[in-house]
Ligand binder design. Structure first.
Ligand code: ATP
Length: 339
């Protein structure tokens, strides 16, 4: 085997972060992932160790390695601390948030065959941070910013993702009937980019109709690309279709080939340290990471191991209605890969 070992930044995170990170590191090794982890602190752990939630060494490590796996982070309460997630997003211009939502065996949900990917623009739109009060809090105004450049890079990313992953359709979600300029520009750029990809079906859909269609007929969606606010809401809706945030994984892609992979759930302080946290979401994020590193054999092995362990009622974890703990489930994932 050719040595493809890649150094990857690992932020274990707060709360259940260290437990699910340890499980994921073990599973990646067993899958044959050629990864050397560089551990750096962030979040509450970093405040304790370094006095800041996002130390310079953490940024330097990600800058150098360009790829990171991140556990959930707590944001310190108090003046002067901004969210680490926002800090990372701005520093690395993480413009694409990619959230696959695929039905998982053994995970209770309303549908049996959901398989969609939401590509959310992560830097513009109504979350551009341009807002103010008018008068003495008589009114408030928030400005949605959509640029041609920002729209083009996210829509192009969605089409490139679709071609790389053999997906056949991209649906652009908008509200251009009402938001004629910000929605209209996004849609206009979408049509232009779509014309460059004749092999991939393209359609557009109004966001409210999309929300209804997603809960009635989620199987009709393949890749969805949309603006920040709509993507925020629809990606949680999609997670709900496959069993909730506890099993949802994500990738954040930035300019200059920087990528940060993470579970969607939070630090779960109520169960931290008890050895019962479900590592599925972080393990699935590691699958995306291995694919990103072109280590497809290891990615496929890890995905198969996770799916087989989830499908086995004996290995079902507590949050999914079973009795297995983190160590038992992780051993099952590793054993399934060996079979
Ligand atoms: P934060 O403040 O970091 O967002 P939170 O507890 O408010 O933390 P989540 O961490 O997303 O939000 O957790 C919501 C609920 O889901 C909690 O009861 C938590 O125990 C549970 N949960 C979240 N992730 C997991 C997991 N990986 N395994 C088991 N239970 C989980």
């Amino acid at each position: 085997m050719i040595d493809q070992t890649k150094q990857v930044t690992l932020i274990e995170g707060d709360g259940i972060g260290p437990e699910i990170a340890a499980a994921t590191v073990a599973a990646v090794a067993a899958a044959g992932g050629q990864v050397e982890w560089e551990r750096v602190p962030a979040g509450l752990a970093a405040v304790e160790a370094r006095g800041t939630p996002l130390p310079e060494e953490t940024l330097t490590s990600i800058e150098k390695n360009r790829v990171a796996l991140k556990g959930p982070l707590g944001t310190p309460v108090g003046e002067g601390f901004r969210s680490v997630n926002v800090g990372l997003r701005q520093h690395f211009d993480l413009y694409a948030n990619v959230r696959p939502a695929k039905t998982l065996p053994g995970v209770p949900s309303r549908f049996t065959d959901v398989d969609m990917v939401i590509v959310r623009e992560n830097t513009e739109g109504l979350y551009s941070g341009v807002e103010h009060f008018i008068g003495k809090r008589n009114a408030a105004e928030s400005i949605a910013i959509i640029t041609r450049e920002g729209s083009e890079r996210i829509i192009r990313y969605a089409f490139e993702y679709a071609s790389r992953h053999a997906r056949h359709k991209v649906t652009l979600v908008h509200k251009a009937n009402i938001l004629k300029m910000v929605g209209g520009l996004f849609l206009e750029v979408g049509r232009e980019v779509a014309a460059e990809y004749p092999g991939i079906e393209f359609n557009d859909m109004i966001v409210d109709a999309t929300a209804m269609r997603m809960v009635i007929d989620p199987q009709t969606f393949d890749v969805i690309v949309t603006t920040n606010l709509f993507g925020d809401i629809l990606s949680d809706l999609a997670a709900g279709l496959i069993g909730g945030l506890g099993v949802a994984c994500s990738a954040n892609l930035g300019t200059g080939g920087c990528a940060i992979f993470e579970a969607v759930h939070g630090t779960a302080p109520d169960i931290a340290g008890q050895g019962i946290a479900n590592p599925t979401a972080l393990m699935l994020s590691a699958v995306l990471l291995l694919e990103y590193l072109d280590q497809d054999a290891a990615a496929n092995r890890l995905r198969r191991g996770i799916m087989a362990a989830l499908a086995d009622p004996e290995q079902r974890m507590r949050d999914l209605g079973g009795t297995a703990d983190t160590a038992t489930f992780t051993r099952a994932v590793i054993r399934q890969m060996a079979d």
